[in-house]
Design a protein around this ligand. Structure first.
Ligand code: ADP
Length: 446
């Protein structure tokens, strides 16, 4: 039985996990770097432990410090949130070795899905469609060029260990291939310590559509529908919606159940997201995230399910409290990521929040850890708040979103609020007529 959870993260996700723990009557331990001593998660947790200096590798990525903090405080489980150590199989393994529960999947599944080549092979073996591409890693330009006869240009050279939208290079023709390949391989080695790369057909106008799943240790797995995360900059999401406007209820049901069945077959436990690209009425798998995702709240809004609560309960060995038949989808939800970034250049902005007013009213949820006078340190991800809006349909959801965005005040740092206001008023966005390149074209980010 889990009685005390150490939250190995910071910012809004640490507060979100803390809230789920409080609702379950579970004690909480916040860990923090010296830069985050005044953080909201530290203020709200039952206990807190400083785990090191500001640089992530010395604090939020410092495995011995985090496990020691759990042992000292008598925590019986660790929730990794997202980012940092959440998809680190060694960490998951070490947590379990210390007799603690890792709130996430088995280390083997984290490792399997963390290697994108192995992930694609596994998903293809389970009978789900994947983006056409090379059979495994490509080890030389000659071998790659040989495979290109089948894949056709443009092609994307992707890092097996990639993440965060990094480690991808497009080659539009045979003439660009060698340079793109060498650059991708070199950058992958430097960024991920793993220079294995693979090839994928570069889709010109796809949408990003992902399915949320959750599975328990008793062989039960359900899907919670999909999210459309096509509005991205530099391959990173800034606006997400659920449900997507392109899948029919029948397609969602059939495809979702196929995914849930595959996850049960794999013996997967915990929450997970299977990401697909959608083009010509077809979904093609690109990768799986074996952790809670930033955009999980929109699924919570349309299903009424507290995903982090379920995640904790299944990690504790309990059976899923819901069956597929219990799950239905109500209305429409949109999440805007409010990053502390310049809304035109996306350059991160650090500083002190000097004036904060949080929007409210029907259908509005704000997941954040900021408060008046809080510091936004320069060392971490720039996500400072998520505005999540729910309504009976998409049109009403957009109307509520426009209202909420204009009510929201965050001064002292740049934020993406002006970008979201523009998007909520954009004719293409209103008509849901966009693909993954829409935002970059709008802002000339190429
Ligand atoms: P990461 O792990 O870095 O997030 P993903 O494989 O999930 O990498 O891809 C991130 C984004 O990159 C996708 O949402 C999509 O916008 C773009 N992308 C990935 N693969 C392709 C592809 N084959 N064709 C076109 N765009 C792609």
């Amino acid at each position: 039985m889990i009685n005390k959870i150490l939250i190995a993260n910071r910012g809004e996700i640490a507060v979100r996990i803390l809230r789920a723990c409080k609702d379950l009557g579970i004690q909480t331990v916040a860990v923090h770097s010296t830069a985050d001593a005044e953080a909201m998660s530290v203020r709200l947790a039952d206990e807190s432990v400083c785990i090191g200096p500001p640089q992530p590798r010395e604090s939020y990525l410092n495995i011995p410090s985090i496990i020691s903090a759990a042992c000292i405080t008598g925590a019986d489980a660790i929730h990794p949130g997202f980012g940092f150590l959440s998809e680190n199989a060694t960490f998951a393994h070490m947590v379990e070795e210390h007799g603690l529960v890792f709130i996430g999947p088995k280390a083997d599944h984290i490792a399997m899905m963390g290697d994108k080549i192995m992930a694609k092979k596994t998903i293809a073996r389970l009978g789900l469609p994947t983006v056409p591409g090379s059979e495994g890693a490509v080890t030389s330009i000659d071998k790659a060029l040989h495979q290109m006869d089948e894949i056709e240009y443009p092609v994307l050279i992707k890092a097996a260990g990639g993440g965060g939208g990094r480690g991808m290079k497009v080659a539009r023709s045979k003439a660009d291939f060698a340079e793109a390949y060498e650059t991708a391989k070199r950058e992958a080695g430097i960024s991920f310590g793993n220079d294995r790369v693979y090839l994928e057909k570069y889709l010109e106008r796809p949408r990003h559509i992902e399915f949320q799943i959750i599975a328990d240790k008793h062989g039960n797995a359900v899907h919670l529908g999909e999210r459309d995360c096509s509005l991205q900059r530099r391959n990173q999401k800034v606006w997400e919606e659920a449900p997507s406007t392109v899948l029919t209820p029948e397609f969602r049901d059939e495809f979702g159940q196929k995914i849930a069945k595959s996850m049960a077959e794999l013996g997967y436990v915990g929450v997970g997201t299977l990401e697909f690209l959608y083009e010509n009425n077809q979904l093609f798998f690109i990768e799986m995230n074996t952790r809670i995702q930033v955009e999980h709240p929109i699924t919570e809004m349309i299903t009424g399910i507290d995903i982090i609560r379920e995640q904790i309960l299944v990690a504790d060995g309990q059976k899923l409290s819901i069956t597929q038949d219990d799950i239905s989808f109500k209305g429409h939800a949109i999440e805007c990521r409010i990053n502390s970034e310049n809304p035109k250049t996306f350059i991160p902005s650090a500083g002190t929040v000097s004036n904060y007013h949080c929007p409210g009213g029907p259908g509005i949820r704000v997941d954040s850890a900021i408060y008046d006078g809080c510091k936004i340190p320069p060392y971490y991800d720039s996500l400072i708040a998520k505005l999540i809006v729910h309504a009976n349909d998409r049109e009403q959801c957009l109307a509520r979103l426009r209202r909420a965005l204009r009510e929201c005040v965050i001064e002292g740092v740049d934020t993406l609020i002006p970008l979201h206001i523009e998007l909520a008023d954009d004719a293409n966005v209103i008509n849901a007529d966009f693909d993954i390149h829409f935002l970059e074209k709008l802002y000339n980010l190429y």
